[in-house]
Each structure stands twice: as C-alpha cells, then as structure tokens.
Design a protein around this ligand. Structure first.
Ligand SMILES: C[S@@+](CC[C@H](N)C(=O)[O-])C[C@H]1O[C@@H](n2cnc3c(N)ncnc32)[C@H](O)[C@@H]1O
Length: 199
C-alpha cells in the first residue's frame, strides 16, 4: 500500500499529461485553495451549486461538506476517468455527476427541472480553450445565476481578469499562495439591470 496522497497526485498527473489542454494543471487544488473557494458559498442562501471541471473531486468534497442537507450539487466533467473516480468516491444523495461538457448544461438543467443556480464553481482552464467556448459557458452560467449568486473560478495567472470584468461586471479577486502553482480565486456577481443603467 503506497501513500494515498502521493498516489492521488500521480493519478492526477497522469490524466493531466494525457489531456493537457483540458486539464490545465499538474496537481489537484490544495486544501487552502479549496477552502478559499467554498468560503465564498453561503449555505443558508444555497439550493443548487454547480461545479464545472471537478477533476478527481478535490473541491467537490469541500462543497458537499459546506452544503445543507437539502441543497444539491451538480457537476459536469468531460474526462471519463475522473467521472468514474468521482462516482466511485462519493455516495451522497445531494450529488449528481454529469459526464458532459459544461456548455451543454442547459439541456441537463431542463431535464432536471433546475431553473436557477446560486453558485457556479469552475476549475475549467478557460485560458487553454478557445475564447468562444469560455464565452458560451459563462453565458450559460449567467443565464441561470440568481441575483446575488456567484460564479467562482480559479486561475493561475491574471490574464483572464479582463474577460470576467467584461462579462460579469463585479469581480473580486483573492490570492491563494499555498497552491501548486499559486492561484487566484475570481468571484463574479451577475450584473443587475440597475448596475447597467444607473440613474
Ligand atoms: C484544472 S482541472 C481542475 C480539477 C479540480 N477541480 C481541481 O481543482 O483540482 C480542470 C478540469 O476541467 C475539466 N474540463 C475541461 N473542460 C471542460 C468542459 N468543457 N466541461 C467540463 N469539464 C471540463 C478537465 O477534464 C479537468 O478535470
């Protein structure tokens, strides 16, 4: 029996190298990054959280710990190996695992009767993807976000910050140095009508 932390890291690394563009990192998020992300979720306000690109489920575990028993978490992951791993790891009736790209969320939400989402948590490496894909995924998130809801994304560089300011308006940034590599948590609120047309 090897060290479980090391074998988890090696397993993640193997998937990263196989799918470098879509995985976009060589290590799962640290507990410091996971805590910074879930700290932005207010459990009393939350009915539905959607996680995009959960990888091996490192943030998923923290989100489930944070949520109330009557809330739900829906996750979208394109990598089949990660999907199987998550299905084998979590036995939680609040969790729905969807093996599909985040851009198709609307079709699944319709089938599931989901009309609004309080938080999106995303680890999708938008910087490695065509901007049009980043735009269609964030547009879908904006369509479902409730007022005061948040789109929370982590990045390893500030290059995409202009993109979030343009599509969301209100953007807050937290630096998390204790991660490989150090990360930024970008937390975006949906533009409200009166933000767009101030009197
Ligand atoms: C940087 S990893 C993040 C993994 C994990 N959330 C973490 O924090 O360690 C990015 C993940 O996004 C997934 N991904 C990439 N594009 C996606 C898409 N369009 N829809 C859903 N998942 C996607 C990849 O397969 C990968 O698991």
């Amino acid at each position: 029996m090897g060290n479980p932390t090391i074998s988890r890291r090696l397993y993640f690394l193997r998937e990263s190298f196989r799918n470098l563009r879509s995985t976009g990192s060589v290590a799962p998020s640290s507990r410091f990054l996971c805590r910074a992300i879930v700290g932005k979720i207010d459990p009393e306000f939350t009915k539905t959280v959607v996680e995009l690109g959960p990888g091996d489920g490192v943030i998923t575990r923290f989100i489930l710990e944070r949520l109330n028993p009557d809330a739900r978490l829906v996750i979208f992951e394109i990598n089949e190996v990660f999907v199987e791993k998550i299905r084998a790891t979590f036995d939680d009736p609040r969790l729905t695992v969807i093996h599909d790209s985040a851009e198709n969320m609307g079709v699944h939400f319709q089938k599931m009767g989901i009309e609004t989402v309080q938080y999106f948590v995303s680890g999708i490496p938008f910087i490695m993807l065509p901007e049009s894909l980043a735009e269609s995924i964030t547009a879908a998130c904006i369509q479902y976000l409730t007022p005061k809801g948040k789109f929370i994304q982590f990045h390893y560089s500030p290059f995409m910050l202009g993109f979030y300011r343009r599509v969301f308006g209100k953007v807050e940034i937290e630096v998390v140095p204790l991660n490989i590599p150090p990360a930024l948590v970008v937390s975006c609120e949906k533009k409200q009508l009166n933000d767009m047309h101030p009197h």
